[in-house]
Design a protein around this ligand. Structure first.
Ligand SMILES: [Zn+2]
Length: 466
C-alpha cells in the first residue's frame, strides 16, 4: 500500500493523509481544512490533490475543522463514500460543519463586495451550510474500542485520544497480499489533565505510526497554575482595571473547560461577582452534545455532577445566541468576561469583540489555545502594535495574556509517554505530521531518545510504500 501526505505536513492545519491499498481502495485519514494563511488558504483548500469521487472512505480522527472541514466540499464535488468516526465526533460534526458552511457563506459575501468594487466577478463559496448538512448523510458513527469492518479487507478501531469530545486514535488493519498491515494515526493527542475528558487510552500495536507534534518542543504548565492564572487575569482586568476580559476560545471543548473551571470557582466561592457571557450559539449546542456523551467524561466530572447537575451553568453566566444580544455586550460599560469563538481569532463573533476592546488599555485579551502562524491570534500574541480586523486597523492597547495549559494538545513529554504504549521494535516506521517543522524536529529527537527509530517528517505531497 501507499500513503501520501496531503496536508498537515510540516504545518498544523489541513490534516489529510491518503492510503491506497493494493486492491486500490482509497482511504482518506481526516479531511481537514487549511486555516489561517489568508488568501492562500482558499486555493489550498480547493486543490485536494485527488479526485474526491474516487475516495472510498474518510476515516475521521475528530471533529475539529482542521481535520474535518473539507468533508462538505468533498460532498459538493461528488464524494459519496462513508465518513467513519466515533459517535460524539459525528454529533459534533453536525454542528461544526454547518457552522463552518455559514461562515464561508458570509466571508465570501463580504469578499465579493470588495471584488465588485474592484470590477472583479464574484467567487463561489467553497461550500455552503446546506452542503454541510447534506454531507452528514455520509457519516457512520462507531463506538470507541469496537473493531468495525469498513470493507472485506479493512478493519478500523477508534481509541480515545483525550483531545476533544469524541477524539480518537484511528487503528487500521488492512489485509494485503503480503500480509496484514497495521497503521495507527494519532489524530491530535490530548492530555491526562483535561478537566472534562477521560485521559488518552493506550491503542493497539501498529506497524506504522503517524503521530502529531503540535507541541513537539514545548512543556505546559500544570492545570492548578492555569486555574490560578485564570482567576488572576479575571480579578486584574475586571476588579482592578474595571475593564472587559475577552477570551477567544473554540466553542467546543475549550469553552466548556473554561466554563467548568469557572463553575468550580463559583462553587468554591472565589469567583468575582461579575457577568460572564458565552457569546456563541455553537457553544450552547455543543454543551448539549457534551451531555449526550458521558462515555467521554472523566471520573471527576461524573462525580461532581452528582452534586452539581449542571457543571456548565451558574449564577451570572449567560449563554448568548442572538446577534442583538451579542451586540448589547459592546455597549456595556461594566466589567465583564466574554468567552467567544474562534480560538485563533480568525472568524466568528470574537472579532467584533476584539475590534471593540483591543484599543483600550482597561481591557485584556486572554488566549487559551494554540494560534497557527499568520492568524490574527498569532499576530496579537507576538506583540503586533496594530492589527487589522474586518479591514480596519486597530492599535493594540489591551493587555495580552496567554494560558497554554488549556491546550487540547499534549506537550512533548505527554505525547511521548502516550506513545510508549507502542513496542518500538515492532514499529517499521513512524511519521511525524501536524506540527511546524521546528517542533517536529524537536519531537523527532525526543522520540529517538526514547528508542523510536525510522522516523520521517514528510512534506506535503511525499508518499511512501508501506
Ligand atoms: Zn484537534
Amino acid at each position: 500500500m501507499i500513503i501520501k501526505f496531503l496536508g498537515a505536513a510540516r504545518e498544523v492545519t489541513g490534516s489529510k493523509h491518503l492510503i491506497i491499498t493494493q486492491k486500490n481502495k482509497k482511504i482518506l485519514l481526516d479531511c481537514g481544512m487549511y486555516q489561517g494563511k489568508g488568501i492562500e488558504t482558499d486555493s489550498l483548500n480547493r486543490d485536494l490533490g485527488f479526485d474526491p469521487q474516487e475516495i472510498d472512505h474518510i476515516i475521521l480522527s475528530h471533529a475539529h475543522i482542521d481535520h474535518s472541514g473539507l468533508i462538505p466540499y468533498m460532498y459538493k464535488l461528488g464524494f459519496r463514500g462513508s465518513v467513519i468516526c466515533t459517535n460524539a465526533t459525528r454529533d459534533l460534526c453536525a454542528i461544526l460543519l454547518a457552522d463552518s458552511g455559514a461562515i464561508h457563506e458570509s466571508d465570501t459575501a463580504r469578499f465579493n463586495v470588495k471584488r465588485k468594487k474592484q470590477g472583479l466577478p464574484p467567487i463561489e463559496t467553497i461550500y455552503t451550510r446546506k452542503d454541510a448538512v447534506n454531507s452528514m448523510q455520509l457519516f457512520i458513527g462507531v463506538a470507541y474500542d469496537r473493531k468495525f469492518y469498513i470493507d472485506e479487507n479493512t478493519k478500523v478501531k477508534f481509541t480515545n485520544s483525550g483531545h476533544m469530545l469524541g477524539s480518537s486514535v484511528v487503528s487500521l488493519e488492512v489485509a494485503e497480499t503480503d500480509g496484514v498491515k497495521k497503521i495507527a494515526f494519532t489524530g491530535d493527542i490530548g492530555r491526562n489533565s483535561n478537566k472534562i475528558l477521560r485521559e488518552p487510552t493506550p491503542f493497539p500495536q501498529a506497524d506504522y505510526l503517524i503521530t502529531e507534534a503540535t507541541y513537539g518542543d514545548r512543556l505546559h504548565k500544570t492545570t492548578k497554575e492555569a486555574r490560578d492564572e485564570l482567576l488572576h487575569v479575571i480579578k486584574h482586568t475586571c476588579l482592578e482595571k474595571k475593564g472587559k476580559l475577552i477570551i477567544p476560545s473554540f466553542s467546543v471543548g475549550r469553552t466548556q473547560e473554561i466554563v467548568y473551571t469557572m463553575n468550580q470557582m463559583f462553587n468554591d466561592g472565589i469567583l468575582p461577582r461579575i457577568d460572564i457571557f458565552v457569546d456563541s450559539p455553537l457553544a450552547v449546542n455543543a454543551t448539549e452534545i457534551f451531555r449526550m456523551h458521558p462515555e467521554c467524561f472523566n471520573d471527576e466530572i461524573l462525580h461532581e455532577m452528582h452534586m452539581d447537575p449542571d457543571p456548565f451553568g451558574f449564577d451570572r453566566l449567560y449563554y448568548v445566541r442572538s446577534v442583538t444580544d451579542s451586540k448589547k455586550i459592546n455597549y456595556r460599560s461594566e466589567p465583564c468576561v466574554v468567552i467567544s469563538a474562534s480560538g485563533m481569532m480568525e472568524a466568528g463573533r470574537v472579532k467584533h469583540h476584539l475590534a471593540n476592546t483591543i484599543s483600550n488599555f482597561r481591557n485584556s485579551i486572554l488566549a487559551v489555545g494554540y494560534c497557527a502562524p499568520r492568524t490574527l491570534g498569532a499576530k496579537i500574541l507576538r506583540g503586533d502594535h496594530e492589527v487589522s480586523i474586518h479591514g480596519f486597523k486597530h492599535p493594540v492597547r489591551a493587555e495580552i495574556f496567554r494560558i497554554d495549559s488549556y491546550s487540547g494538545h499534549g506537550d512533548y513529554n505527554e505525547m511521548g509517554e502516550y506513545l510508549d504504549c507502542q513496542i518500538k521494535d515492532r514499529l517499521k516506521k513512524t511519521f511525524i505530521v501536524h506540527g511546524e517543522y521546528e517542533p517536529q524536529q524537536a519531537f523527532k529527537q525526543h522520540l529517538e531518545s526514547k528508542g523510536f527509530s525510522n522516523i520521517e517528517i514528510p512534506e506535503k505531497g511525499d508518499w511512501f510504500e508501506l
